[in-house]
Structures are given as C-alpha cells and as structure tokens.
Ligand binder design. Structure first.
Ligand SMILES: Nc1ncnc2c1ncn2[C@@H]1O[C@H](COP(=O)(O)OP(=O)(O)OP(=O)(O)O)[C@@H](O)[C@H]1O
Ligand SMILES: [Mg+2]
Length: 367
C-alpha cells in the first residue's frame, strides 16, 4: 500500500504548543459551513492568543451541502470578499471537513511502536474504512488509552475522500489561498474548547450548525465519541417556511427573532419544541453510550456552540433534559481582545458560531 497520501497536511490532532518568546505564525481559520463561512485570525506572541480579526458571510443556498462543495465559484467569491472586507492578508489557511466524506473510526489494537503502528495501519486500514483506500487521505492517532498493565490501546483513524478535499483545495487556490491544514470539524471544535478551557473533566461538546449537529465527548485531550447528525437550525427555518407560507429569508428572520408577531408565537413555540426534542434525543444517545462504556467517570457538563446554540432557552432545556450543567461556548474566553478594533457586542453575538474557526485559527502554521 502507498504511504500516507497526505504528508503535507495534517488532520491536526497535535495539541497546541505555545512557544515562550517569539511570535508564532498561526493559520487563518476558515470554517466553511453550509450556511455561512466563518473566518478567524489570531496571533500568538508568548503572552497568549490575541484576536486580530473575525467575521462571517452567508453562502448562497445549496453552495455547500453535506460537507461537499456544490458551487465552488460562489463559495470562492464569498471567501474572497470576506477576507478583503476584513483586510486579512494571511494566505495560509486551515479548513475542516465533515459529512459523509469523512470517516472517523476508533479501533482497538495491540500496543506497538510508532513504526509498527504505521505499518499496521497501512496494511490493515482497508478493513476499517468503507472506501477504496486509493480514494482517501488517511491519518490516525494513537490515543494511548492503555493503562500500565494493559497491552491494547485505542487508535483514531480518519479517512477523508480525496475528491471532496481536493475540491476545497482547488477552490481556495483559485482565490490565492494556500491550504496548510485540513482538520475535521469535531477535532477543531475540541481544540477550540481545550485552547480556552484546558483539558478539564469529561465534557460533551455539541456544535449545532445549520444542517448538522456535531457531538463530541472529550476527555483529557482525547475524543471518546464523535458523531455528526444531519439535524440543525435549518430544520427550523424550513418548518417555519412551510407552516406560514414564507420565503426562506422571511422564515429565517422569524426564527432568529427579528420579527415574531404575537399571533405566530404559539405555532413557533411548537416548531421549536418538536425540533429541539430531536436534538436532545441524539445528545442523550451519545450520553447513554458514554455512561455504558465509561461508568466510573461521570460527565462534567455539556458545552454548546454553533448558530443553533443561540436559540433562546436552549441551554436551559438541555439542562432540564439531561440533568447536566449546560454552557454556551465562548471560544474567545481566554483571548485578548482590543475593543477599539473589535466591537464587543458583535463579538458576543457571533462568538458561538465561531467555535470551529477558532479551533483552526489557534493551530500553528505547519509550514
Ligand atoms: N438566534 C438564533 N436562533 C436560532 N438559530 C440561529 C440563530 N442565529 C443563527 N442561527 C442559525 O444558525 C445556523 C448557522 O450556524 P452556523 O454558522 O454554526 O452553521 P454552519 O456552520 O454554516 O452550518 P453546518 O455546520 O451545519 O454546515 C443558521 O441555520 C442560522 O439560521
Ligand atoms: Mg458548522
């Protein structure tokens, strides 16, 4: 079998290592979602992270679907304008992928040294990955879950379809950007959380985007459970659209509370309850899986992010349903911010959906 086919990229599991003195070059984090592109630029100079710029721009409908670029020219145009408006000069970007084209698989193997593990993965990956190996970029990390007296460990395998990844690289090249890092949404989210909160407790991270919800249970820097579910805030818009016979934009405004006339309140409430009930069912399934497999270490909390996490009262609803503390994630909690440069109200309003872009932007630029 061919050696790792993506040597220059990094499904970057490596944790951020901060240097003590010199300024470190970080990648520009570009989170290309199905609803919007989010960009974040951070700097690191030995005193921690500083926010240089951030922003978000809507994408045309269906330009990105299920993690795949459907209209590269349209997405390229949006990214080009966004970076120009924010005056971001950095050309080295980090992106993350999700959806059907990425497979995350945890496998349990005998403990072996790095070389033996690499050889084993190269020769055995076929049995774990439901794609032809020549069609995927493959990466892995030994999670080192073995205790002293055990001779087996968990290894996280990541396979991403080359054609889907290559389409992103090509689209970004077309606007003069160089992709130096390709991550997976779940791990970028985890990095964002750990950059801000360290590796405290066992935590359920839930990013609720427009068309997918990413659930990632993390413990001490390792992901114990990661799953994308095809549910998200767009479901609400579509139902509002259907119920009140509105166009997409009108329904979107109604959803986010820009306009919500009194007579529609009861029906809106019904839509919100039925949809968020589906979300909580998925979260409970993940929690049940965790409790069955790790009965000795209880979960500390749920941390929610993504545009969908901004639904009023969602945190409280999740708290009531799970009995766990629930926080809305602030990915800038430990970042230095210059209020003359970045409007605090804007930052506050946009922070939850910036989670993944911050996870990408806090990665050191690998080359
Ligand atoms: N206050 C709000 N209440 C409910 N939904 C909201 C609110 N604000 C934004 N949203 C929704 O959040 C979604 C955008 O969030 P986000 O940017 O995290 O999604 P995305 O990353 O583009 O999508 P995905 O990750 O699913 O591909 C949209 O559906 C938007 O309507
Ligand atoms: Mg997203």
């Amino acid at each position: 079998m061919a050696p790792l086919s993506l040597p220059k990229f990094d499904f970057n599991f490596n944790k951020l290592k901060l240097p003590f003195i010199q300024r470190q070059h970080l990648t520009v984090g570009l989170d290309i979602g199905s609803h919007a592109v989010k960009v974040c630029e951070l700097a690191e100079n030995g005193r921690g992270l500083k926010l240089l710029s951030l922003g978000s721009a809507r994408l045309p409908a269906e330009a990105v679907e299920d993690g795949e670029l459907k209209d590269p020219a349209a997405v390229a145009g949006v990214i080009k304008n966004l970076l120009a408006n924010l005056q971001i000069k950095g050309k080295k970007v980090g992106i993350s992928i999700s959806g059907y084209s990425v497979i995350l698989k945890k496998i349990n193997l005998a403990v072996m040294n790095e070389k033996a593990l690499e050889d084993h993965i190269q020769s055995e990956a076929e049995q774990y990955i439901p794609f032809d190996l020549s069609d995927v970029y493959l990466d892995y990390q030994d999670l080192k879950t073995n205790k002293e007296d055990e001779d087996r460990t968990d290894v996280m395998l990541v396979a991403a379809k080359k054609d889907v990844v290559n389409a992103y690289l090509q689209m970004l090249r077309s606007v003069g950007l160089k992709t130096v890092l390709v991550d997976v949404d779940a791990f970028a989210l985890e990095n964002s959380f750990e950059t801000n909160c360290g590796q405290e407790g066992n935590v359920v991270l839930v990013d609720i985007g427009s068309s997918k919800m990413n659930i990632n249970i993390v413990s001490k820097g390792a992901s114990l459970f990661a799953r994308d579910v095809a549910l998200g805030s767009r479901q609400l818009t579509e139902q509002i659209q259907g119920r009140f016979d509105l166009d997409f934009e009108e329904a979107e405004s109604l959803k986010i509370g820009v306009s919500a006339p009194e007579e529609k309140q009861a029906e809106l409430e019904e839509i919100f309850v039925s949809t968020t009930t589906q979300w909580i069912m998925e979260i409970k399934k993940a929690i049940d899986f965790y409790s069955t497999n790790f009965p000795d270490t209880p979960l500390a909390k749920i941390v929610i992010s993504g545009g969908g996490s901004k639904i009023k009262g969602l945190d409280q609803y999740f708290r009531e349903e799970t009995g766990l503390p629930v926080e809305i994630f602030n990915p800038f909690a430990t970042t230095r911010i210059d209020p003359n440069r970045i409007d605090p109200d804007y930052l506050k309003s946009i922070a939850p959906e910036m989670a993944i872009s911050v996870g990408l932007a806090s990665r050191p630029c690998p080359f």
